[in-house]
Write a protein that binds this ligand. Structure first.
Ligand SMILES: [Zn+2]
Length: 115
């Protein structure tokens, strides 16, 4: 069934709405996603905030900071400045379209894309 869902996503027929995006982002921890795609996140405490420091998928420098609280990332290489959420991270790291990234995260969290 998971395979069927992903092939439908690849054909671009999945209906990606705000509600699904919200659900998918809430169900996938960004540090875990970064680990899955090989960015080697390490937990750190920075100014009282718990973050992950990881390899940036865009500039490859180890200056990517992931906020566990906000579930967002930002690269502190000033020539790069890439930032976003789990969907954008997959887009940057694996070259997926945003729709494909939502599909992949939905699968990862076992969220059905269709009723
Ligand atoms: Zn970067």
């Amino acid at each position: 069934m998971g395979h069927l869902l992903s092939s439908r996503v690849e054909k671009g027929t999945a209906v990606i709405n705000k509600e699904l995006v919200k659900k998918v982002l809430a169900a996938n921890d960004l540090g875990g996603v970064a680990r899955d795609i090989g960015l080697e996140p390490e937990e750190e405490c920075d100014s009282g905030l718990f973050i992950h420091v990881a390899n940036c998928p865009v500039c490859q420098e180890r200056r990517l900071k992931i906020s566990k609280k906000r579930q967002s990332f930002m690269c502190f290489n000033t020539n790069c400045n890439s930032h976003g959420d789990a969907i954008t991270l997959l887009h940057f790291a694996e070259g997926l379209t945003l729709t494909e990234a939502v599909g992949k995260l939905a699968q990862r969290a076992e969220i059905p894309l269709y009723e």
